[in-house]
Design a protein around this ligand. Structure first.
Ligand code: MG
Length: 280
């Protein structure tokens, strides 16, 4: 099967038709009909061409291997495709119904169309997560995997990393596979004081198990104190390392709640996160 690399929107259905036809005919290639009226001319129309039986050739052009190798070895001259080479040897080439999406990218606008087409075929899932932990006596908090000195700590069954919990839940949410509480119940003493990277790693491996890669993560931490912005780069790096992602796929940002509500009164920290997963 000889395929033009400028045609990235090839479908599995077309490949199946190509294989089936070539098993019978030894040589076959896809083509589509011409729907527009065809003219010959330059500045003015000189002639309207008969479009009966006129087809636009596509690839993959498919052959019995020995047939096409020998045709190429014996071919002299120029050809624009492999069908011409096979025909020069006297081989009959069966026509398979092609596919309109299987365009040859030629003009710059074709890139846009192809990108749209390929993204449309993409299987994507989105999830969100939200978590809250309250402050208690202590001297540091763990947020998105980074230890930050603070006049109090976050209370929780695990290390209370509220940001990482929101991200973990966003991934579970995208997969429609419950939440942290279901996978790691706080009634289970083995998760007491646990490093939250265990939860995040589990969510990521579950995504991989179902054939998804994490496209990107976005987390917003909501609190008045501690100040988050000096730590966002370290947080992004810590999360990227745990999830084995490039840094530019991981975003961490922060906001206050303008001193309103429980976060505004400094009673705790909230975090919201989104995750986008793309099927591989
Ligand atoms: Mg939590």
């Amino acid at each position: 099967m000889i395929h033009d690399s400028a045609r990235p929107c090839l479908s599995e259905a077309l490949l199946d038709r190509c294989i089936l036809s070539t098993l019978t005919h030894r040589a076959s290639a896809p083509a589509i009909g011409v729907t527009e009226t065809l003219w010959r001319g330059q500045k003015t129309v000189q002639e309207v061409l008969d479009r009966t039986d006129v087809l636009r050739a596509q690839t993959p052009q498919c052959f019995d291997y020995q047939l096409i190798v020998s045709a190429h070895q014996n071919f002299v001259g120029d050809a624009t495709d492999d069908v011409s080479v096979a025909r020069a040897e006297g081989h009959r080439v069966a026509i398979i119904p092609g596919c309109y999406d299987n365009i040859k990218i030629t003009e710059s606008s074709d890139f846009k169309w192809a990108e749209h087409n390929l993204r449309g075929a993409m299987k994507m899932r989105i999830g969100n997560g939200f978590d809250v932990h309250k402050f208690g006596p202590g001297n540091c908090v763990t947020l998105c995997g980074v230890l930050i000195s603070h006049g109090s700590t976050l209370i929780g069954h695990s290390d209370a990393d509220v940001g990482m919990h929101a991200i973990t839940d966003a991934i579970y949410g995208a997969l429609a596979k419950g939440d942290i509480g279901q996978h790691f119940p706080d009634s289970d003493p083995q998760w007491k004081g646990a490093d939250s990277s265990i939860f995040l790693k589990h969510a990521v491996s579950l995504a991989h198990e179902f054939g998804y890669n994490i496209e990107n993560i976005d987390c917003t931490i909501i609190c008045e104190f501690p100040k988050i912005s000096p730590h966002t780069t370290a947080m992004r790096q810590a999360l990227a390392d745990i999830m084995q992602l490039d840094l530019d796929r991981v975003s961490v940002k922060a906001t206050t709640s303008e001193q309103l509500g429980f976060t505004g009164r400094g009673e705790g920290i909230a975090a919201a996160a989104s995750a986008a997963l793309v099927h591989t």
